[in-house]
Design a protein around this ligand. Structure first.
Ligand code: ADP
Ligand code: MG
Length: 473
């Protein structure tokens, strides 16, 4: 049976303050050609000055992806001509990429899969172009933005594995704070390489490369489409040709851009304008110290605290939500309870109102407070759900709401005893029924007690007192 084999090349723009080799701002800017300098435009006589923050962030990501780090910072020139590359070459890394032979473990259908990473290198982004019917516009804002390229081995066998890997990678990138990794702004772009082979066959088939896909959903659609296309070619006796294609989202198809007969000769050589600098152990260990607990570790920790797998995964996938949750734990909130509140109530409210964690009024302290009130019997868990919504809607603390809505449970035994006796006085026939042995009438009486108290008596305490008082009669 024919099966797809997939390898990925992922481009990720780093969120440094300035560009990789110039002092221009590295900021997403709507106005074209705002963030530019002589260096980005490749005016004569310019010299690149490497951005140390870009180097640090690339190495940080390489370390988080378990890569081997080289002994030197070294850049190479990749020579080619295109209108979006004014210098006529791109500064990139070929000889000593910042990461080699790394891996990332992902979980698909309950099984751990190790995705091996061939290499990770740092380069500069090109300018961007808008093409019209008989002219094109060029925007240099992106020219020189630090760009990390991650190349995986051809280790994926379906779209599910690919999307899971991309989601995991994006989460790590966000935890590391090396990029905002927003697909909308083109900060994370994926090239999908895909070929087909007989399952039993060792040798890989001829691949097509589908370039520059912006969303993970399009990645999925691309793979499904390409798998079908190549299958049809092969099953009808044809041959897949090695080529570069692109995904046309409006039509949900891939179309050919150019045939890749031989690898283009880029005449690489070491970039002579940037000195080669040794990478010291101290430099690496300083970077290592800035790597926070990564999502896989976080997930394990939450699960060990009693959170179920699915909730743990939901929480770690959202960096801000995870911060919120971690604070709740630090404040002593119960892990399981808090995960329930967060994954059902909080996320439900957020998605219904199109809000992010930072936009909701609830703080970790408030959630702990609310959970404590239930634990201490001050309010019932049913009431807590009402309070929760009111906190968000009315922008008021749980304590204020419980007070202003007069929701506090009555736990005072004397007060409950007097309510119970009033109910028993008013329901003499039911008391007789109980005495005659039909004890399930207690349920009715308990209902009356709740009703008289406006639903505020602590049900456990009230039940006990009702038993005591009725048996005294
Ligand atoms: P290039 O630099 O020409 O794009 P590489 O050999 O560096 O080529 O491979 C680029 C990507 O293509 C990698 O992600 C790799 O895993 C993937 N790849 C290589 N060969 C195949 C194949 N036969 N089928 C699917 N993916 C492949
Ligand atoms: Mg490629």
């Amino acid at each position: 049976m024919l099966k797809p084999v997939i390898g990925l090349e992922i481009h990720c723009e780093l969120n440094t303050k300035s560009k990789m080799f110039s002092g221009s701002k590295n900021e997403y800017e709507k106005m074209p050609n705002e963030n530019i300098s002589e260096i980005d435009l490749a005016l004569p006589g310019i010299l690149p000055l490497p951005n140390i923050e870009g180097v640090r962030k690339a190495i940080k990501l390489a370390l988080a992806l378990n890569c081997e780090i080289p002994d030197e910072v070294m850049f190479d020139r990749k020579n080619y001509y295109y209108a979006d590359l004014p210098k006529g070459y791109q500064i990139t890394q070929m000889t000593k990429p910042f990461g080699k032979n790394g891996y990332l473990d992902i979980e698909v259908d309950g099984k751990v899969k190790r995705v091996t990473i061939h290499q990770l290198h740092l380069e500069e982004d090109s300018a961007s172009m808008d093409h019209f019917s008989n002219y094109s516009l060029i925007n240099y804002n992106r020219a020189g933005v630090p760009l990390v390229e991650i190349v995986t081995d051809p280790v994926f066998y379906n779209e599910k594995e690919v999307v899971e890997f991309l989601e995991s990678l994006r989460t790590i990138i966000k935890y590391l704070d090396v990029s905002d990794a927003s697909s909308d702004k083109g900060e994370l772009r994926v090239d999908v390489n895909i070929s087909m082979k007989e399952e039993s066959e060792e040798k890989l088939g001829v691949r097509a490369e589908i370039k520059n896909i912006n969303s993970f959903n399009s990645v999925k659609e691309t793979i499904l489409y390409e798998e079908q296309r190549q299958r049809e070619v092969l099953e009808s006796g044809g041959k897949v040709i090695q080529e570069t294609r692109r995904w046309v989202d409006d039509e949900k198809v891939t179309v050919s851009m150019r045939e890749k007969v031989d690898a283009i000769d880029y005449k690489y050589y070491v970039e002579p304008n940037i000195p080669v600098v040794p990478i010291t152990k101290e430099f690496i260990s300083d970077i290592e110290k800035t790597i926070p607990e990564l999502p896989n570790k976080k997930k394990e920790r939450f699960i060990s605290l009693g959170v179920n797998e699915k909730d743990a995964k939901t929480i770690i996938r959202n960096v801000d939500l995870c911060k919120f949750y971690d604070e709740v734990l630090t404040l002593g909130g119960d892990a399981k309870d808090a995960s329930n509140w967060i994954t059902t109530r909080l996320l439900g409210y957020m998605s219904a109102n199109f809000l992010e964690v930072g936009d909701v009024y609830l703080t970790p302290e408030m959630l702990v407070n609310l959970m404590d009130m239930v634990k201490n019997g001050k309010i019932s868990s049913q009431q807590a759900k009402e309070v929760f919504v009111k906190v968000l809607d009315q922008k008021n603390s749980p304590e204020e709401i419980v007070k202003s809505e007069n929701m506090e449970q009555i736990s005072d035994t004397d007060e409950i005893r007097s309510i119970v006796n009033k109910v028993l006085d008013e329901n003499t026939t039911q008391v007789e029924t109980y005495k005659s042995g039909k004890t399930n009438i207690l349920g009715y009486l308990m209902g009356q007690v709740l009703k008289m108290s406006g639903g505020k008596v602590n049900p456990g305490v009230a039940n006990k007192i009702l038993n005591e008082e009725i048996n005294k009669r």
